[in-house]
Design a protein around this ligand. Structure first.
Ligand SMILES: NC(=O)c1ccc[n+]([C@@H]2O[C@H](COP(=O)([O-])OP(=O)(O)OC[C@H]3O[C@@H](n4cnc5c(N)ncnc54)[C@H](OP(=O)(O)O)[C@@H]3O)[C@@H](O)[C@H]2O)c1
Length: 293
């Protein structure tokens, strides 16, 4: 066991909510004693509060509010949105000041290690800051989140409710897909079972299932009986768009991600590396997740 028992999750959004609920499930068995959510406004969240999660209102520009909220916390798990990742810098400073033992960075996507462009540059800047503070930390790389991507997100390429998909590249490159509940289950398992020394400054690779987009869309159509209109954007087109418009959302974020998938960077690790720290982990298959939405 890690000895980490008291947790604070920053942000109770799409991913944070699943992590909070998974932490609460461990309270009965005693491996988790304390679950705190840090939010800028704690109005609402009645379903989470009813589960025993303590909401603390913080202001990321007010260090004292963060330090006070983090008293007696062993681990801070950041689930702050992709557009606000720099808020992790004051959060990390406060965690260090409050005596927090471990910090999980907001990642939950493709591997960011060593990348110096786009959102990855921001993620690595935050990680450098944690290193400078000598605050032990970890990252969980998950690939695309299956229940998030296929839940009607036309701007990201998948519009299943309207029977459409736009595939970036060939669609023939294997990608690691992981569901939000499985991200939360694997992360909480690692945080509560693996020794702090082994977790220190470590990237963890999760994978629900490794499949190409074409395999997924084919299986989905066969099992659902629904026909999709599938169109493709070539790798050359993606490269051109990303190069010419690196700072807009559509190209600098969405098409860049599709390009990464086409380059094989949607795989979180080798088959031996993924899910390595929980041999009995049984994650959901991607098309099962799609059919459950
Ligand atoms: N790989 C994938 O497919 C995938 C999919 C989704 C997300 N992700 C990743 O998962 C992480 C979390 O994303 P998410 O979708 O869960 O985020 P989200 O729901 O959009 O936001 C999470 C929380 O971030 C906080 N936040 C927003 N703006 C902030 C600001 N300016 N300062 C401080 N806090 C702010 C908000 O908390 P309060 O307002 O309560 O303070 C919000 O609830 C990100 O790193 C994202 O890139 C990956």
């Amino acid at each position: 066991m890690s000895g980490f028992k008291s947790f604070a999750v920053a942000g109770a959004g799409d991913i944070g909510r699943f992590i909070l609920e998974e932490l609460v499930r461990h309270v009965t068995g005693g491996s988790v004693t304390n679950v705190v959510a840090l939010t800028r406004s704690s109005i609402g969240y009645d379903d989470l509060k009813a589960q025993g999660i303590v909401f603390k209102t913080v202001d990321y520009s007010d260090p004292a509010s963060l330090v006070t909220a983090l008293q007696d916390i062993d681990v801070v798990i950041s689930a702050i949105s992709g557009g606000a990742l720099l808020a992790q810098i004051p959060l990390a400073d406060a965690a260090k000041a409050a005596g927090v033992k471990h910090f999980v960075l907001s990642e939950y996507g493709n591997r960011s290690d060593g990348k110096t462009y786009g959102i990855f540059a921001v993620k690595n800047r935050v990680r450098e800051h944690l290193l400078s503070l000598d605050l032990p930390h970890s990252q969980f790389f998950t690939g695309p989140v299956s229940d998030w991507f296929f839940d009607g997100r036309p701007e990201w390429g998948f519009d299943l409710p309207n029977g459409k998909a736009v595939v970036g590249g060939s669609g023939n490159v294997p990608i690691s897909w992981t569901s939000s509940p499985d991200i939360a289950r694997y992360m909480v398992y690692v945080l509560t079972h693996v020794s702090p020394t082994e977790q220190r400054n470590k990237p963890f690779a999760i994978e629900g299932e490794r499949k190409t987009i074409n395999q997924i869309l084919e299986e989905y159509q066969a099992r659902s009986g629904r026909k999709l209109e599938v169109t493709y954007e070539s790798k050359e087109f993606l490269e051109k768009q990303v190069k010419e418009h690196p700072h807009d959302y559509e190209n600098g974020l969405i098409r860049l991600l599709h390009l990464e998938w086409e380059r094989g960077e949607g795989q979180t690790g080798t088959p031996e590396e993924v899910n390595k720290y929980w041999p009995d982990f049984k994650p959901a298959k991607v098309v099962d997740v799609m059919l459950s939405l």
